[in-house]
Design a protein. Structure first.
Length: 278
């Protein structure tokens, strides 16, 4: 659900936020916060920039999310739904019957007080987790594993969901949110339902300053830079690129149509590519 700002200041008159009045307003579960997590500002372990345009931003505390759902056949009750600054989807705090607490991604229609469970043979109730081999065709799923026991890697963004199209031998054909059809091992776990917070993609930040609070720095065109900083830089006035081919900031050719994918990468698990028009 969206919430428009009614003030008339330049930074807020076009701002559209997510309505979070239904979410938990207190502190997160202290035992489920990752300790020692620090911002790297787009730099690797050696201090070299590996991701440009990153830095600054407000301090965030990383929550530990249970992507494996490996606490099997023990019911859990949803205690509360929370905001997570590290992702687009909301998270739900589960309290198991043995007293353990865990965070999971909150699917659409999951409510406080609901009882959910993960196991080999459980009902197809929203929030339950089970292997693909036991999920009926046409059921919407999210939080999907690529390898059994490794933990979910697919369909984890707000408002997303995948659909099981068919099953054959050891694999299920799953249609992902990108319209890609992919083969996934039937022993991989997935969670029933689609993820909530569907209006996340419709929000409007309102001003550039909110991008800085998110840790995203400005992107400057290569032609507007100094020639020492970018191959496209320099020249008198708006002189264009000045090269036969466009180049990356590191001098590699980036001409339209230039293939950059490694030939060693395989697509044997992809039945239909997301770019396919058929």
């Amino acid at each position: 659900m969206l919430k428009k700002n009614r003030t008339g200041t330049p930074g807020t008159r076009h701002r559209v936020d997510i309505d979070r009045r239904h979410l938990h307003k207190g502190d997160p579960e202290k035992s489920l916060l990752r300790k020692g997590h620090t911002k790297r500002s787009g730099k690797d372990a050696k201090g070299h920039i590996s991701m440009r345009h990153r830095g600054g931003g407000v301090k965030k505390r990383q929550r530990i999310i249970d992507f494996k759902r490996n606490k099997r056949d023990i019911p859990a009750v949803v205690k509360r739904i929370e905001y997570d600054p590290m992702r687009s989807a909301n998270i739900a705090l589960l309290v198991y019957k043995d007293g353990e607490k865990r965070y999971i991604l909150a699917p659409e229609k999951l409510k406080i007080g609901d009882e959910i469970v993960a196991g080999e043979k459980v009902s197809t109730k929203t929030g339950n987790a089970m292997p693909l081999k036991n999920i009926p065709l046409g059921v919407e799923i999210h939080n999907i594993e690529l390898r059994p026991g490794k933990g979910a890697q697919l369909v984890r963004g707000a408002g997303t969901g995948a659909i099981i199209q068919s099953k054959e031998k050891k694999y299920a054909t799953v249609q992902l949110p990108s319209k890609e059809f992919r083969l996934i091992n039937l022993d991989c776990f997935a969670t029933i339902g689609s993820l909530g917070n569907t209006d996340w993609k419709n929000r409007k930040l309102g001003k550039a300053g909110r991008k800085r609070l998110m840790g995203i720095r400005p992107t400057v065109r290569g032609t507007a830079q100094h020639p020492d900083s970018h191959p496209h830089g320099g020249g008198e006035g708006r002189s264009g690129v000045g090269l036969k081919y466009q180049k990356t900031p590191w001098g590699k050719i980036a001409a339209p149509g230039k293939k950059t994918r490694s030939p060693r990468k395989t697509n044997k698990w992809i039945v239909r590519d997301r770019r396919s028009k058929n």
